[in-house]
Design a binder for this molecule. Sequence first.
Ligand code: PLP
Length: 359
Amino acid sequence: RVWNFSAGPAALPQAVLERAQREMLDWNGSGASVMEQSHRGKRFIEMAARTEEDLRSLLGIPADYAVLFLQGGATQQFAQIPMNLAGEGDSADYLVSGHWSAKAVGEASTYVRVNVAASSAADDYLKLPERSSWQLDPHAAYVHYTPNETIHGVEFHDIPDVGAVPLVADMSSNILSEPLDVSRFGLIYAGAQKNIGPSGLVVMIIRRDLLQRPGRPMARIFRYAEHAANDSMLNTPNTWGWYVAGLTFQWLHEQGGLAAMAERNRAKAALLYQAIDGSGGYYSNPIELGSRSRMNVRFSLYDGALDAAFVAESEAAGLIALKGHKALGGMRASLYNAVPLEAVQALTAFMQDFAQRHG
Ligand code: PLP
């Protein structure tokens, strides 16, 4: 297999894929694939419950939080969050630090009065919004932010202090990358396709008191309280996604949990940033030092005319998906949990070799 630096859908742990392959035709002694059986069956219900337990123990999720396994991607949540958490006439604060938080604002605006409490758009999202510039409203229905911006490559390294207003976080590209104090949040959500499993699944952790909010008029299928009351089986869930998420959570426990992952993720990012910063200007990363992402590392070559050769030669060397997002150009290496240090060592060795050959 190749070393896969895709931003998402992203690499999954080899051991997870191998186990899914072994169990594909005969899951759990059932004689059928997990995809081929009822979500109401005993086997599936047990697996689903164990998966939730494994996530709870990984993150230390307090009992007053519900865990939901939803569908529709993180983008659907951009709309569903204000529908559920904001009433008629309410406003919500948004911290805008890159592409995804800006997109969240766009989708939310249909359902809530959005107050952009801070934005680094004027800085081209090359750093996080200055803390001193934030205009938080103590009466906001919630504060939304994106701890890690997958495209722009900026990351909050501390949880913002927003007082008593519930903090809502889109953790699609950094969930499970390090230990987390869940009690600081009102709601955490993540599309699965980076650090959890297949796309289409969304994992949500929501403080139970927020389930009582009436929100806006909406169909049952959009209401979090209905999903919570029905153990995320209000309709047929993404059974395959749920199962693979469970395998990933077991794998994370086997790896030593999130403290071990945090250590590895720090080492991986440090190695790649060192290779960029120490390249004498051959490679560069434009992000302010304190705002750099551990998960998505952007870099440019000193001469953009070399980009095509870099992409072609890296692919030929078994290092795939390094081409940057089309909006920004350059390169991007995503270093989620399933990417081992060995992959980053292979990348940095390739980068040095490429620089020597195309100096
Ligand atoms: N939020 C972040 C931080 C992302 O990286 C992405 C990209 O996948 C999304 C939201 C959108 O997720 P989805 O495509 O599952 O709607």
